[in-house]
Design a binder for this molecule. Structure first.
Ligand SMILES: *[C@@H]1O[C@H](CO)[C@@H](O)[C@H](O)[C@H]1NC(C)=O
Ligand SMILES: [Zn+2]
Length: 401
């Protein structure tokens, strides 16, 4: 920890020195150097902005590292500085992170394993991680709690569950995960469930894929609305995105998805869906993964500029108030140049400042757009709770495929 702080201090001194000399160069009209120093000043502005308005990211797979790579043995693990992965406490602070949805994930492809048990294991490890550093993290399940944690300078820590397979076609399990603190569920990971189609399952679909959701799946979405669990439609097929938009009463969330127009994989959000975000007041949190933002990777490198292009495309189609960040750190094998780990978010904010984003728009990107969506989902939940009874249907397989 100390060497990093020292290095930062030295870097600041160097930057300050360079800027002083820049000033004198600038008066002598030295164009190239002025441009370069201009970029430094965007980064300074971005860092100052994030000190005032720390960002919330909606998808980080650190729980995967803690609960599986480290087998949940975190009691004697110093989480301030880690030599592996994209995330540790020092780097979260350097990156201006003020809120995080920690991703509860286990590979859906391992169908013989007890998915529910692994999810519980990851939830427990994540809660112990939060409790181990009470000055750093605060466990949060409501938007009120989120705002309080931010005010106290702690990293608001929420749980998001990546895949519908963990609930084993059971509304009881869904509700119990809500009680465990899960505040979004991605309807599928890369495997179809019996009731929702994934972007990326190589097996034959369990029902007509163009429907996106079965009737049971539709009821689960409405049950999530009633509970106040955000419906996350990252990872699902485009048909499922439309099916959810057709039925949901609360805003949709894309917890970690990029633009299909810029990189045409099913995993990314098509413009036709971006154009429908107004219907539910939804938000897309941009995924940084090289292979999702640059389809030609590795022949063409992915950089901070590539990610900024995705942010701007989604904003151009859906509005700057409908985009946020869900980088997917610790869930990806490589990250773009300039966005190598969680300490590098300021580079993206600097680039967007350079492209003319106002501080108000950046505040939306940092957390405001997500907060609006989450608050609305809470409000709809409390209204629905007055009129709607809990879902009691048991799953019934569709027999005619
Ligand atoms: C969504 O609703 C539209 C309009 O009713 C319909 O044409 C479309 O098939 C529906 N899509 C899905 C996937 O359910
Ligand atoms: Zn994912």
């Amino acid at each position: 920890m100390h060497h990093r702080i020292l290095a930062t201090a030295i870097l600041c001194v160097v930057l300050a020195t360079v800027q002083v000399s820049a000033w004198s160069f600038a008066t002598w009209d030295f164009p190239e150097i002025v441009i370069k120093l201009g970029d430094n000043s965007y980064l300074d502005r971005a860092k100052r902005f994030l000190k005032k308005h720390p960002l919330t990211d909606t998808h980080n797979d650190w729980p995967l590292y803690l609960s599986f790579t480290k087998e949940g043995k975190i009691n004697n693990l110093d989480l301030n500085d880690l030599d592996e992965g994209h995330t540790d406490i020092t780097r979260l602070h350097a990156g201006g992170v003020g809120g995080q949805f920690w991703s509860i994930y286990y590979p859906c492809e391992l169908k013989d394993d007890n998915q529910m048990l692994w999810a519980i294991h990851a939830i427990d490890t994540t809660k112990r991680m939060i409790a181990k550093y009470p000055d750093v993290f605060e466990y949060v399940t409501t938007t009120e709690g989120f705002k309080q944690a931010m005010q106290q300078g702690r990293i608001a820590s929420m749980l998001g569950m990546e895949g519908g397979q963990y609930i084993y076609n059971s509304a009881s399990a869904l509700r119990t995960f809500y009680d465990l603190g899960v505040r979004y569920m991605t309807l599928t990971h890369n495997c179809d469930t019996d009731w929702a189609i994934s972007c990326c399952d190589p097996n034959p679909p369990p029902f007509d894929a163009s429907l996106g959701l079965t009737e049971f799946g539709q009821k689960l979405v409405l049950e999530m609305n009633r509970l106040g669990m955000l419906v996350d439609i990252s990872h699902v097929a485009h048909s499922t995105m439309h099916a959810v938009l057709n039925i949901t009463k609360a805003p949709v969330l894309f917890s970690h998805s990029s633009s299909n127009a810029l990189c045409g994989i099913e995993r990314n959000v098509p413009d036709a869906v971006l154009e429908r975000l107004d219907e539910t007041d939804g938000v897309v949190q941009v995924n940084f993964y090289n292979r999702f933002v640059e389809c030609d990777y590795p022949d063409t490198p992915a950089t901070v500029n590539t990610v900024a292009d995705h942010v701007e495309h989604i904003a151009a189609v859906a509005g700057r108030h409908r985009v946020g960040l869900g980088a997917d750190y610790n869930g990806i094998d490589v990250a773009p140049e300039g966005l190598e780990d969680v300490s590098k978010y300021p580079n993206l904010f600097a680039e967007l400042l350079r492209r003319g984003w106002s501080e108000e728009e950046l505040q939306g990107l940092a957390y405001g757009n997500l907060l609006r969506v989450w608050q609305k989902a809470e409000k709809i939940s409390s209204t629905l709770a007055e009129t709607e009874l809990p879902m009691e249907d048991l799953y019934e397989p569709i027999k005619d495929v």
